[in-house]
Design a protein around this ligand. Structure first.
Ligand code: GRF
Length: 208
């Protein structure tokens, strides 16, 4: 059973999915949740599940991102964390942290990487006219939203979709994918066939 530390900044729905699946998957244990935002909803979710939480306010470190990350690193190591899972953590990590935890940090990103790294992925996917959109779980490297891909799940884009509808339809797919990838990565006996890969195509009457 690998000890996982989850870094969050917000509502923590992916954190919740990781918590909810951990007993069933049996390969990882969320031992600590660290937030850089005091009122992140995910902190309450962790507390409700009896998981230790820490708040490290990045603003307290001014522009010194590495010192902020050294504080997080110390907390993770003191808790015996073996794998770091980013779940809506909105700070870009420096090469210091990425290399200190190389091959031990996972991230979930709401697009089919390498398409649409960065923000506003749903709007950009619609703008590009893609017919498949999705989410990616990957190992973290120095470049943002880059790194070896562990798993992806896809949904069909329909002509009616808006950035909001895509986000709403993709979120439960993220929640299915992330625990499976984390468990597989942690060394559990997770079958890739169990991945919720949905390959659907919508052929437009009028290409846009
Ligand atoms: C998710 O869409 C995730 O893919 C992205 O940030 C969002 C976090 O949502 N990295 P939540 O805090 O897990 O609800």
């Amino acid at each position: 059973m690998k000890k996982v530390g989850v870094l969050i900044s917000g509502r923590g729905s992916n954190l919740q999915a990781l918590i909810d699946a951990q007993a069933r998957l049996g390969a990882y244990e969320i031992a600590l949740v660290v937030s850089n935002v005091a009122d992140a909803g995910g902190l309450a979710r962790a507390e409700a599940a009896g998981i230790a939480t820490r708040m490290i306010e990045h603003r307290a470190f001014g522009k010194d991102r590495e010192r902020f990350e050294r504080a997080i690193d110390a907390i993770l190591r003191a808790a015996g964390i073996e794998i770091v899972a980013l779940a809506g953590f909105m700070r870009v990590l420096t090469p210091y942290f990425v290399n200190a935890w190389r091959d031990k940090i996972l991230n979930i990103h709401p697009s089919l990487l390498p398409a649409f790294p960065g923000r506003d992925t749903h709007a950009r996917a619609l703008e590009a006219g893609v017919k498949l959109h999705g989410c990616t779980v990957h190992l973290v490297r120095e470049a943002v939203d880059d790194g070896p891909i562990l798993g992806q799940a896809a949904i069909a884009v329909t002509p009616e979709d808006t950035p909001e509808s895509l986000a709403a339809r993709l979120l439960p797919v993220e929640h299915a994918l992330y625990p499976l990838c984390l468990a597989a990565f942690a060394g559990g006996n997770v079958q890739p066939a169990a991945f919720p890969l949905a390959l659907n195509f919508w052929v437009p009457a009028k290409p846009r």
